[in-house]
Write a protein of this length. Structure first.
Length: 172
């Protein structure tokens, strides 16, 4: 006696297997992106530390030059040059704040990618509705963390045109 299998059941099983493979592959790609972001952040932080050390050295040299006692007109020239160095250092430090904010934002992006990857790598059977619910929970977590960090550079928060245009040193 020949057994007849239900073609719709085989098709559903095949689709489920293909969907699981697509989900696993998507998770693998998210992992790769999260690793790339992490490596980039480490490299950028290392370079930023190097730039910061250079600024400290320039600041110390500026202080030494300012301490030189000399007659006019050399004194005015030295003071003017020291002011210019100081202003440039201040501008550069404020610009480095952008790096810090960017690093914080990229860390949030990386954390969001990892959350999505963890969700995709959880092999619990889910209906499409359960997938949507789980994805919306991840989105809500990501949005909550983003709000805590504040508006992105260039976005208005109702109080001013752009975060970068505010020339204040907050982080150093």
């Amino acid at each position: 006696m020949l057994e007849h299998s239900d073609p719709s059941a085989e098709s559903t099983d095949s689709q489920s297997t293909v969907l699981q493979e697509v989900i696993a592959e998507f998770g693998r790609h998210l992992d790769m992106l999260a690793e790339q972001l992490g490596a980039s952040l480490i490299e950028a932080d290392r370079e930023c530390v190097s730039v910061g050390e250079s600024f400290h050295e320039l600041s110390a040299a500026k202080g030494t030059i300012e301490g030189i006692v000399c007659d006019e007109p050399a004194r005015t020239v030295l003071r003017s040059s020291c002011k210019q160095i100081g202003d440039s250092l201040h501008t550069a430090v404020v610009a480095l704040q952008y790096h810090d904010r960017l690093a914080q934002r990229l860390t949030l992006v990386r954390a969001g990618l990892i959350r999505l990857q963890d969700l995709l790598q959880d092999h619990s059977p889910r209906s499409y509705g359960e997938w949507l619910h789980a994805l919306r929970e991840v989105e809500q977590t990501n949005r909550t963390e983003q709000k805590r960090l504040g508006p992105a550079v260039g976005q208005t928060n109702g109080s001013g045109p752009c975060a970068l245009s505010q020339s204040s040193v907050e982080l150093f």
